[in-house]
Design a protein around this ligand. Structure first.
Ligand code: CU
Length: 155
């Protein structure tokens, strides 16, 4: 009886070895499939719009009003001048519209964002800013109680 066990073990070992070492059936899953990640690139090139809007969105940081730069108003608007209170996270081109000599625009928030225009001088420059999810606050430094607002950035 004791001789059967080594015999069975030998047969089993032979079967296992045969199964492992057999190159008879090529395994399709083991071959490296070429990556199919190029589909996303064609949509941008094919649009033909020539616009950069999708890659960098535009916002305006406005002090005063169009009629009166010294008005006690402060807001963030889209490129069309419509007030914005919530935007998705991403890279933005923020254009200051600060032609006031007694107000400024000061933006603070996540990601170390802390940028401000001069109070006395006018500033219509454009800066690139990366907005991360969270709440950004903006205010006029000389009038923080009456000229303030928030911008919610969603993930
Ligand atoms: Cu002010």
């Amino acid at each position: 009886m004791a001789r059967i066990r080594p015999t069975l073990a030998a047969v089993a070992a032979a079967l296992l070895l045969a199964g492992c070492s057999s190159p008879a059936t090529p395994d399709a899953s083991s071959t490296e499939a070429p990556p199919s990640a190029t589909t996303g690139a064609t949509s941008d090139a094919g649009s033909g719009s020539g616009s950069d809007d999708a890659s960098s969105m535009a916002l305006m940081a406005v002090v005063g009003t169009a009629d009166d730069p010294e008005a006690y108003e402060i807001s963030i608007t889209d490129a069309d001048g419509q007030p914005v209170t919530s935007v998705p996270a991403g890279d933005y081109e923020l254009t200051f519209v600060d032609e006031s000599t007694m107000h400024n625009f000061h933006l603070m928030g996540p990601g170390g964002v802390d940028i401000a225009t001069d109070v006395a001088g006018s500033d219509t420059s454009t800066v690139e800013v990366t907005l991360e999810p969270g709440t950004y606050e903006y205010l006029c430094d000389p009038h923080p109680s009456s000229m303030t607002g928030t911008l919610e950035v969603t993930g």
